[in-house]
Design a protein around this ligand. Sequence first.
Ligand code: ATP
Length: 246
Amino acid sequence: MLEVRNLSKSFGGLKAVTDASLDVQEGSIVGLLGPNGAGKTTCFTMIAGFTKADEGSVRFKGQDITGLPPHRICALGMIRTFQIVQPFAGLTVQENIAVGAYLHHHNRNEAMSVARDVGKRLGMGAMLDRPASSLTIAGRKRLELARALATGSKLLLLDEVMAGLIPSEITEIVGIIRQIRDEGHTFLMIEHVMQAVMSLAETAYVLNQGKMIAHGPPRELVRDPSVVEAYLGHGAAARLQEENHA
Ligand SMILES: Nc1ncnc2c1ncn2[C@@H]1O[C@H](COP(=O)(O)OP(=O)(O)OP(=O)(O)O)[C@@H](O)[C@H]1O
């Protein structure tokens, strides 16, 4: 469904992403992992059209979308969410979700109806008339997901939807993502909450210092010495092995 090939992006002298490639199969949940500053969000901004890549290409459902603006990419069926959720504070939850629905439903009643359905599917039925400013972090994260879904997109790029949530909220959102996938959606997700990645993603890619250093099933990746070193520093893999033998 998504084929990312050899993306690179520099900011001045800083190589944020170098030669990164990845694939997402339709119907799958794929993780994008890596320590802080590894280049994950920069990859998302290039894939979703928010930043122009210096080099490389992005194909979505076989079509070359490299360089297209975000609204055109969204109209084709792919959308990203944001790590820091900024709803329209003066609008209700339902109106915020409707902002996404307006992409394909230009009539207010229709957009609000789609928003109500999506909100209910995401367990937000009781909150629809509340101002978005009254939502907790967990509520805002759910709203971000709902707004993205309301656009009708089939491929969702999620940027840390679990960040700042407590374990019970994480369990809830994991269930929601699984349910949405089963309804016919595909996910590429940046996530630091490994418990969530382990239970959701069939496969994951690991970025470190802008380069893709590994990919495979998450359970194998956490044992990969290059991944351990990326997170815990040089020599960490050997130290952990010694401690395990001691
Ligand atoms: N617009 C920008 N201008 C300059 N530098 C940038 C810009 N965006 C990102 N960077 C730098 O590029 C590098 C990669 O950042 P990016 O946000 O993609 O990493 P990340 O893996 O998403 O990190 P985190 O997990 O902390 O969100 C960092 O060094 C960051 O400071």
